[in-house]
Design a protein around this ligand. Structure first.
Ligand code: R2B
Ligand code: URA
Length: 309
């Protein structure tokens, strides 16, 4: 059974508030954000997070800590960037750092992991009564016909069938949600990329899969059920459908932001060209440099918005 809930719509943009789409929440006396180790009774969420305007999320805890320290310096905030503590220190599921109006959170790998984080993040922003928040995923990906190190700003997040939708099983039925992202935001980010020297940036579709190996057409997993030619044919089809990179979180991220009226974007650097190989054999130092590229771009964007340029 397929239920298309595309009409869940975005009627919630009024006043820029974050709207949770769950009537049951109104009847709860307390909301425990279990995987953040935060709660509405134990923490003053409006005081802790009320001034947040930008939320950046990415897979790795260390990278998101480094990003928080980097943006702290870029925004010339008062104090020592080394003093930023993990707000989720009470749990090792996710890490969360705050630098002025910027929140930096890790989400782990894959759709189930980011989706749990997004439920709790959206409720957190709601409880904290945040306004006009922009969410950006900064991540890594495999390129499809691009020079490694290219930054891809996602036009449309698509599933493994190249469809702009995210399917979730709810009560034994498949619910389908649109993965449409904010077009203006993507264009603005593309412009930011062009303004930074030596930061190759393109706009393209991003394919989100549920596996890194077979699910992304890799020949080097523990299992492989297809030929090299099958793989290349699939990548060619993906490229024809406008796919320029492959990662593992964009569709659910886009779908959840859309339903809750949050402006969202996905910016991923490509670590390799999947037409040329499957293994990530790029030297470690170069990989670190690549991973900083989406951070530079987002920093440029945030500074522009805060009038710091
Ligand atoms: C990109 O990199 C991870 C897999 O290596 C995954 O989280 C993703 O989307
Ligand atoms: N992340 C992915 O999901 N795929 C890649 O090929 C590289 C990073």
């Amino acid at each position: 059974i397929l239920l298309n809930v595309g009409n869940e719509s975005t009627d919630c943009l009024e006043h820029g508030l974050v709207h949770v789409k769950n009537p049951h929440l109104d009847f709860m006396e307390e909301d425990i954000l279990y995987h953040f180790n935060l709660g509405t009774k134990t923490h003053n969420l409006p005081a802790m997070f009320g001034d947040i305007k930008f939320v950046c999320v990415g897979g790795s805890a260390n990278r998101m800590k480094a990003f928080a320290q980097f943006i702290f310096k870029e925004l010339e905030l008062k104090g020592d960037c080394n003093d930023i503590d993990d707000i989720c220190a009470g749990t090792d599921r996710y890490s969360m750092y705050k630098a002025g109006p910027v929140l930096s959170i890790s989400h782990g790998m894959g759709v189930p992991s980011i989706s749990i984080m997004m439920h709790e993040l959206i409720k957190l922003l709601h409880h904290a009564r945040c306004r006009d928040v922009t969410l950006i995923r900064i991540g890594t990906s495999g390129g499809v016909g691009l020079e490694p190190g290219t930054v891809v700003i996602t036009d449309t997040a698509v599933d493994s069938f190249f469809q702009p939708q995210f399917e979730q099983v709810v009560l034994g039925k498949v619910i389908v949600r649109s993965t449409q992202l904010d077009e203006n935001l993507a264009q603005e980010l593309l412009q930011c990329g062009k303004e930074i020297p030596n930061l190759p940036t393109v706009l393209g579709n991003t394919m989100c899969t549920h596996d890194f190996y077979e699910g992304q057409g890799r020949l080097d997993g523990a299992l492989c059920s297809f030929s090299t030619e099958d793989k290349l044919e699939y990548l060619r089809k993906a490229h024809k459908a406008g796919v320029r990179n492959i990662e593992m979180e964009s569709t659910v991220f886009a779908a959840m932001c859309r339903v809750c009226g949050l402006k969202a974007a996905v910016i991923c650097v490509t670590l390799l060209d999947r037409f040329k190989g499957d293994q990530i054999s790029t030297p470690h130092e170069l990989l670190l440099e690549y991973q900083q590229r989406p951070q530079y771009l987002v920093s440029h964007f945030i500074k522009k918005h805060l009038g710091l340029h």
